[in-house]
Design a protein around this ligand. Structure first.
Ligand code: SAM
Length: 390
């Protein structure tokens, strides 16, 4: 590929589109191999060889939105709606710390009520308070010195809290930041406003979602965003623009996953009409490859950010997350949601690990990393350099 090993590359929309067309549409295997090797080298240079764990706690599936593809949307029938008791969420976070996971993400449906906001404030503050206390006690007991201090001046103590709870007014983001959350994930889903509006009924709006991304940065959050790959109506040019969009909003964390059908949703009905005769497994495998190519392109063009090997990849290819870790990704998210809730957080069909426990998910991931010669960078928060320097 004529590039120095492990250098990032400035690519235009046309160049990104050219690579997507060559690798995905024309099946240029040599270019694909070179792209993945280069992305892996850039990952190792910018993120080290270790893989960061983010424990995912799907604390509630109650949602007021009606995203046309999602299995927990407001109008989805036959879903048992739950919100985990606060103490149960805190217990899972404490378990995470004891098991070497220093980062948890609280993800849930979107609910813009004062009650939900206060729930999140209390849970975030309790997780920080209790896990910092656990850490300090352990350090005192073992005679460890002062805790590590991050370049931003913060002590790396306890479990870092990430939130993925959707669009809120800036004042609410400020309250959640004050409660102790430091990272926030909100996928733009697609950088094409027309496609976004075809998938999300009003009052949801693409411009409002972008405003939320900007507000989160203003408040000081480490910003995560991402897209789905293979949405009905999405083009390769849309995907090329997605790569540039992540750069434009200065994303610190990126998560991309294939769109997977979920019976009972309007977008799946559209998908079935568009592709009545398609071999679904072959189509999904092709979306898997396209998502890997996107991960590699983002790594190549941006260098620093934390890129997730998303669970949806594993829904298509059993070793999907491991493969993604060799193609630009450096983060995996073990699901820590207690087993009894998992079946009701079915965003798409075939979501893996529905019957597993947190212990199984943690062990299984360790083995998966080992199988591709990677190890977990346990015991650190794993902030990307882009955030620490900003
Ligand atoms: N409500 C929050 C939000 O909007 O940011 C977070 C929860 S939402 C369920 C988390 C993510 O699930 C979405 O951003 C979307 O990309 C993904 N998702 C939902 N339905 C999906 C599907 N059918 N296939 C793949 N991913 C899906």
């Amino acid at each position: 590929n004529g590039l120095e090993p492990a250098t990032t590359v400035e690519l235009s929309e046309e160049q990104i589109l050219g690579i997507l067309e060559a690798v995905w549409r024309r099946g240029d295997a040599e270019l694909e191999k070179a792209l993945y090797a280069h992305a892996n080298a850039v990952t190792n240079k910018y993120c080290g060889g270790g893989v960061y764990y983010r424990g995912l706690i799907e604390f509630s599936n109650v949602c007021q939105n009606d995203c046309g593809y999602c299995g927990i949307r407001n109008n989805q029938k036959d879903v048992w709606r739950y919100t985990m008791p606060e103490e149960e969420v805190v217990e899972v976070a404490k378990w995470a710390l004891e098991n070497g996971i220093r980062n948890i993400m609280l993800q849930g449906g979107e609910l813009r009520t004062e009650q939900r906001l206060q729930y999140l404030e209390r849970v975030t503050a309790a997780i920080r308070r209790e896990t910092v206390a656990m850490d300090l006690a352990k350090r005192a007991e073992s005679g460890a010195g002062a805790p590590p201090v991050l370049p931003g001046g913060e002590e790396e103590l306890g479990v870092a809290v990430s939130l993925s709870v959707g669009e809120l007014p800036i004042e609410d983001y400020e309250r959640l930041f004050r409660a102790g959350a430091r990272r926030y994930l909100i996928r733009i889903e697609t950088s094409n406003p027309d496609l976004y509006h075809a998938l999300h009924p009003a009052p949801m709006s693409w411009h409002h979602r972008v405003e939320c991304l900007q507000n989160l940065k203003k408040v000081g959050f480490m910003l995560g965003t991402g897209i789905m790959v293979g949405l009905p109506g999405q083009t390769l040019r849309d995907l090329a623009r997605d790569v540039l969009f992540f750069k434009e909003v200065k994303a610190d964390m990126i998560g991309m996953g294939p769109f997977i059908t979920q019976p009972g949703t309007p977008v799946t009905a559209t998908w079935n009409e568009l592709y009545p005769a398609v071999d679904k497994n072959a189509h999904m495998r092709s979306m898997f490859s396209l998502t890997c190519t996107m991960n590699a392109l983002v790594r190549l063009t941006m260098g620093n950010p934390n890129i997730s090997a998303t669970t949806a990849l594993q829904a298509i290819v059993p070793t999907g997350r491991e493969l993604a870790l060799e193609r630009g990704a450096n983060v995996v998210m073990p699901i820590l949601t207690p087993t009894k809730y998992r079946e009701s957080y079915q965003l798409y069909e075939g979501k893996p690990c529905i019957t597993d426990t947190a212990v199984q998910c943690r062990r299984c991931l360790d083995m998966r990393l080992h199988s591709v010669g990677k190890t977990s960078a346990a015991g650190v928060w794993g902030d990307p350099a882009s955030f620490l320097r900003s």
